[in-house]
Design a protein around this ligand. Structure first.
Ligand SMILES: O=C1O[C@H](COP(=O)(O)O)[C@@H](O)[C@H](O)[C@H]1O
Length: 262
């Protein structure tokens, strides 16, 4: 049996940001040593704001965020135009991309192809083709391996657009799945599959605020919680997973957390 996921807890989201930055820089630098590019999958929700806090502030001695070497994909996306208020791409763009100082470079973005918004399965298939074109042919690579997945945890334990009890959690072949009845609006979405979400070299969850404390306790301290989508990522990817949380989100969790810096 491998080691359990890492759980890092901080007083607040702003105190969490420098450690999240150090962790991301470490993942970036290892990826650049390996293959001169940093392939990242990002989520929407509350994550992009915390990411911006971590990545946009220059701090001494932690190294440089080389955005010009980043390739950014979406762990999940809603089937809406890219400038729609529900779009994860819009959120990431407004919170992070539009604020990157020119000297840090511009990441290469891989948003969904909005030509296929009316056919949700085709939208997922086309996004899978995008992954295939970047990560090599599907018959030669069993699963795409992101250098880093940056994930959120919904108050029901969902991650990406993989919701508790969904049959999508059992899918093993497709890399990207479509969902037309998401319990959280909007109903039509695409999402990476659980095998893709757990295959990354590093996987980070960011969960902040008291609204997450009940689900955090379930995920870390109960058998039912370990079956929730976030719990399944923990179980499959083990020590490759790191959680960055603030004290309000972790209140009542009895699993050991490291408090403060990494
Ligand atoms: O619907 C979604 O929700 C999750 C969690 O969002 P949060 O606001 O509770 O952090 C997010 O990770 C996912 O990308 C998004 O589509």
């Amino acid at each position: 049996m491998g080691k359990p996921p890492n759980l890092y807890a901080f007083q607040s989201a702003s105190e969490l940001a420098p450690s999240l930055r150090a962790y991301i820089l470490d993942a970036q630098n290892s990826a650049l040593d390996r293959h001169q590019v940093f392939r990242v999958a990002v989520s929407g929700g509350s994550l992009p704001k915390t990411l911006a806090q971590a990545l946009l502030k220059e701090t001494n001695g932690q190294g440089r965020v080389q955005f010009d070497k980043w390739e950014i994909f979406y762990a999940d996306e809603r089937a809406v135009p890219l400038d729609h208020e529900d779009s994860n791409h819009r959120l990431v763009k407004e919170e992070l991309l539009d604020k990157i100082p020119a000297e840090l470079g511009t990441p290469k973005m891989f948003p969904i192809d909005v030509k296929y918004l009316d056919d949700i399965q085709e939208l997922a298939d086309q996004y899978e083709k995008t992954l295939v074109s970047v990560f090599a042919a599907k018959d030669s690579v069993r699963l795409p391996m992101f250098d880093l997945l940056l994930l959120g945890c919904g108050p029901d334990g969902h991650t990406c657009s993989l919701f508790p009890g969904s049959e999508l959690l059992r899918e093993t072949d497709p890399w990207v799945l479509s969902i037309s009845d998401s319990p959280k609006p909007p109903p039509k979405r695409i999402t990476i599959s659980l095998p893709v979400a757990t295959h990354g070299i590093k996987i980070a969850f960011v969960a902040t605020g008291g609204g997450k404390k009940d689900i955090m306790r379930q995920i870390f301290d109960t058998d039912e919680g370990r079956q929730l989508p976030c719990g399944l990522v923990n179980a499959h990817a083990q020590e490759r997973v790191s959680w960055f949380v603030d004290y309000p989100a972790i209140e009542g969790v009895s699993s050991p957390a490291r408090r403060g810096n990494l």
